[in-house]
Design a protein around this ligand. Structure first.
Ligand SMILES: [Zn+2]
Ligand SMILES: [Zn+2]
Length: 364
């Protein structure tokens, strides 16, 4: 029996991602095979591509990534084939649009046993673990049996469905903030996730929603998407402005999503005494902050945020109901054989979210 092949983008090393023909997977018991619709390129993909030690380790092979592996963790698609029992397990049928959460929980570690599956100790994310968590940058993708699969339905386009992963991360971070009606809320950082955070934060009826960023077009877009105030840190003293707007106290909540080394200190300065800071950014190098602000001076609540646990159904509904606009955040679409161009576009920072459509070829 000859095995069917499919196209996939396989990671071999930093800046060594190759379009290859690999065997098309077939779903076993409890597994689902999808025809991949769209795949987003995320900031962490760029860090991996450019060789960040988090993924590759100091010596190029002792980091988080176990390759060669098909890349891509922001994706959704249409059910192509169901393994035994998968239809009943997830309530899905061939032809349905579905998504799996980005993490594949082991089900055995103390976090999984306690229901905190998103903190699973081995932390296997699609696109980073050869053979166990192959990613979605391929014509077909297999959801292994431990995947958390959700029915998306056809109210969402394939582009919107692929955006559910970063949106779920945004929703979880905002939920962690515990925003109360009337609060002054700062969303710092206007990346593809920050722009979702501010839309979700709006749902909590903040008194004032402030965004902080560095690029004029994104600040403009933030205002269109519901921010009340947009501060460009290149032009104004954002900490001073937030204090002016809050009678000198500072914001009730600061969600730190800048990804920059200055972000954490800015958040600690911007928040009021006894306020809440949500730490979302993934920052390349360790950062230096005045830690006295957190404890002795302000008695802050600092809450971390990892992935988008229990947020996929909310994300699916929010996009379907038109509460969150992700479509205007997708600024580039490429075919699978244009992966090199897609990653270049994502790295350029010109657009917001770059997507690859694995069903497309550039010559068709
Ligand atoms: Zn991501
Ligand atoms: Zn686990």
């Amino acid at each position: 029996m000859t095995r069917e092949l499919m196209d996939a983008v396989v990671v071999h090393g930093p800046r060594d991602y190759r379009l290859e023909q690999v065997p098309k997977p077939h779903p076993g018991r409890g597994e689902v095979l999808i025809r991949t619709g769209a795949v987003g390129i995320c900031g962490s993909d760029i860090k991996c591509y450019t060789g960040a030690t988090l993924f590759w380790g100091e010596h190029g092979n002792d980091g988080y990534l176990e390759g060669p592996v098909t890349t891509g963790h922001e994706f959704a698609g249409i059910v192509e084939e169901l393994g035994e029992g998968a239809s009943e397990k997830y309530g899905i049928a061939v032809g349905d649009q579905v998504i799996a959460e980005q993490i594949l929980p082991c089900g055995k570690c103390r976090f999984c046993r306690d229901g905190a599956y998103w903190m699973c100790e081995p932390n296997h994310i699609f696109g980073f673990k050869r053979g166990r968590a192959e990613g979605g940058m391929a014509e077909f993708t297999l959801f292994p049996a431990q995947a958390r699969v959700h029915l998306v339905g056809h109210r969402l386009s394939e582009i919107e469905a692929a955006y559910l992963e970063p949106l779920a991360c945004a929703i979880h971070a905002v939920d962690r903030a515990g925003i109360k009606p009337g609060d002054t809320v700062v969303v710092a950082g206007l990346g593809s996730i920050g722009l979702c955070m501010l839309q979700w934060a709006k749902q909590f009826n903040p008194g004032r929603l402030i965004t902080v960023g560095t690029r004029a077009p994104r600040l403009e877009l933030a205002l269109q998407l519901g921010a009340d105030v947009a501060l460009n840190v290149r032009e104004v003293d954002a900490v001073a402005r937030v204090k002016e707007l809050t009678e000198g106290y500072g914001a009730d909540v600061v969600i730190e999503a800048t990804g920059g080394a200055d972000g954490p200190q800015q958040a600690l300065e911007m928040v009021r005494k006894m306020g809440t800071v949500v730490a979302f950014s993934s920052i390349k190098d360790p950062v230096l902050v005045n830690w006295n602000l957190a404890g002795d001076q302000k008695e802050l609540t600092i809450r971390g945020s990892h992935l988008g646990p229990n947020c996929y159904p909310k994300a699916i509904k929010a996009v379907g109901d038109g509460l969150i606009d992700v479509r205007s955040l997708v600024t580039g679409q490429f075919a699978l054989d244009q992966f090199d161009e897609a990653i270049e576009e994502a790295m350029s920072g010109r657009g917001i979210k770059t997507m690859v459509l694995p069903g497309r070829r550039s010559d068709s």
